[in-house]
Ligand binder design. Structure first.
Ligand code: PAD
Ligand code: ZN
Ligand code: ZN
Length: 386
């Protein structure tokens, strides 16, 4: 009898769920709020009821068609927090009711990257394997009879989503979900770029190009690491007040200077250049400017912004020949599954001002308004509530 009840309970959980999602049918079109069907989680998968999700510029890059390898129709979104609704066979680390964050960079724990302390670039990331479909190469979403693709295995622009168990982290059940979602991308990415990738040193001089959610989180990381100067650079001077609040010691707008911004930065540092620079825009010209503004011999520049897939860089090899280091940083270098719960716990212990990144909150249905305030430069992070 007991066993039968158990089976009945499992069957009841593993039904197709009909719910609302924002479907991107094609490049360049607004998102469309639709009723979608979300299939039950298969083996080693978890189905999550989203509570909150942020909007990141990467979602917008996809909608503009800047990133290759994304199949449409697709459900975007990769900065969410939610509650486990049901689990597939073989899942032992999660149970219904757990508060979780889907991870756009998974941590399988088994590949050469996961086994190395040097990187968080798990071989199951979209850089190696498509995350437009689940590991069994099928999708769990259907809309009007058409299969809809996943994005980064997260697809948080949906009331329910299904993710592989390697791409989800359990967090403190007390964490406020409308802030915790920012650990799924924005905060973790920027903060980790300074702390993990650059390893900013106390007393160092830093320059952060682009003061959106990623750049401001980088500013917070530079400050936490003890940088003595943090120069914020943005073509939108409206971003400077927040940047100063988060720790920028100076803010400059390249449009206010008649010469290239790298020359301005070198002058501002007595002809030497900065110790660490960060590109948090996604533009190849600012990537070069960030490298050129670095100190001879030991300056380190970190690419955090995501350039269009087709972009190519050309630069003088002398910049590297003379000792500068150029690095990239994905998801702030954090090994996602083990680090996100710790970051959320640190947030609960008041170590970071994640709430300060949130400028707008909308009901989920107003998702297109969230994209509008991002494009017009008014928002840092918009949070959508389900
Ligand atoms: P955002 O659009 O909120 O911020 C970008 C900022 O750059 C804005 O304030 C712009 O005004 C500013 N900007 C634009 N052009 C210039 C310029 N020429 N010089 C100086 N500033 C400029 O975006 P975001 O903070 O959400 O994301 C920033 C980038 O980081 C974007 O390319 C996104 O795709 C990328 C990203 N990377 C990762 C990763 O893991 N590396 C994760 C998430 C996002
Ligand atoms: Zn992002
Ligand atoms: Zn791995």
């Amino acid at each position: 009898m007991m066993a039968e009840q158990g089976v009945l309970q499992i069957d009841a959980a593993l039904q197709v769920i009909r719910c609302k999602a924002a479907v991107a049918w094609e490049i360049g079109k607004p998102l469309s709020i639709e009723e979608v069907e979300v299939a039950p989680p298969k083996t080693h998968e978890v189905r999550i009821k989203l509570v909150a999700t942020g909007i990141c510029r990467t979602d917008d890059h996809v909608l503009r068609g800047a990133l290759e390898g994304i199949d449409f129709p697709v459900i975007l979104g990769h900065e969410g927090a939610g509650i486990v609704e049901s689990v597939g066979e073989g899942v032992t680390d999660f149970k219904p009711g757990d508060k979780v964050i889907p991870l756009c960079i998974p941590q399988c724990g088994k590949c050469s990257s996961c086994l190395s302390p040097k990187t968080n670039c798990c071989f199951k990331t979209h850089l190696k394997e498509s995350q437009n479909v689940m590991p069994d190469k099928t999708t769990r979403f259907t809309c009007r009879g058409t299969p809809v693709y996943h994005f980064l295995w997260t697809s948080t622009f949906s009331e329910y989503t299904v993710v592989p168990e390697d791409a989800v982290a359990k967090i403190d059940p007390e964490a406020p979900m409308d802030k915790a979602c920012l650990f799924g991308c924005g905060f973790s990415t920027g903060y980790g770029a300074a702390i993990n990738t650059a390893k900013v040193e106390p007393g160092s001089r830093c320059a952060v190009f682009g003061l959106g959610g990623i750049g401001l989180s980088t500013v917070m990381g530079c400050k936490a690491a003890g940088a003595s100067r943090i120069i914020g650079i943005d073509i939108n001077s409206g971003k400077f007040t927040k940047a100063r609040e988060f720790g920028a010691t100076e803010c400059i707008n390249p449009q206010d200077y008649p010469k290239p911004i790298q020359e301005v930065l070198i002058e501002m540092t007595g002809g030497e250049g900065v110790d660490f620079s960060f590109e948090c825009v996604g533009n190849i010209d600012t990537m070069k400017a960030a490298l050129e503004s670095c100190h001879l011999g030991y300056g380190t520049s970190v690419i955090v912004g995501e350039a269009p897939s087709a972009a190519q860089l050309s630069f003088s090899p002398l910049l590297l020949f003379t000792g500068r280091t150029w690095k990239g940083s994905i998801f702030g270098g954090w090994k996602s599954k083990e680090s996100v719960p710790k970051l959320v716990s640190d947030y609960m212990a008041n170590k970071f001002d994640v709430a300060g990144l949130v400028t707008h909150t909308f009901p989920f249905e107003k998702i297109n308004e969230g994209f509008e305030v991002l494009r017009s430069g008014q928002s840092i992070r918009s949070i959508l509530m389900f």
